[in-house]
Design a protein around this ligand. Sequence first.
Ligand code: DX5
Ligand code: ZN
Length: 220
Amino acid sequence: MLELSPSLLSADFTNLKKEIDTLNKLDVKYLHLDVMDGMFVPNISFGPMIIKKLRPLTNMIFDVHLMIEDPDRYIENFKDAGANILTVHVEACKHLQRTISHIKSCNMKAGVSINPATHPDVLDYVLDDIDVILVMSVNPGFGGQKFIKQTIEKILKIREKIDKRNLDIILEVDGGIKTTNVQNVIEAGANLIVSGSDVFCDKENKIREYKEIFKNYKKD
Ligand code: DX5
Ligand code: ZN
């Protein structure tokens, strides 16, 4: 697979229904939902209550990115809100393996995210248990930041780990992605692409452009 997961963080929050209707019309498959608690990251966004309100508006896969401390406290709430993928940060979990099991016991796909300064080897002992790896290509907390170029090497390393064990893990990249640099992360091995500010500045045209680029790489 190779898909786009537009980040709702850059949407018009006074008109979320309209924003989602547009993404539906453009046949977008994933929706990236950034949850921030003001503790793990220096910003506060929205939580399960808003996500639950959005759930009836679309069949898009809800790709929920938790940037919160001690996420175990809220796993059931996000299940109840309609999350399909629930991604936690390795830096925010004391017992990562337990958190992953907890997410899977709630019948959601389990994702693990790593910050730009975190070494990809932290994933080694959970690799067999997870469905998604989310590589942060900016320090989490805000949309519209500049892509950190060392991410490319990290994606290459993680892609190698996944393929070596022949695992079916989605490799997602998030932060500073634009139509002008997305080729680099795809070629390094990413197959779920988050884009916020770049997509929402001109949804129709940008989504069409991303799809055109993806066509050159898609095998399935
Ligand atoms: C940052 C969030 C991202 C953000 C991406 O903390 O996790 O998902 O919305 O936005 P852009 O694509 O503008 O960097
Ligand atoms: Zn995100």
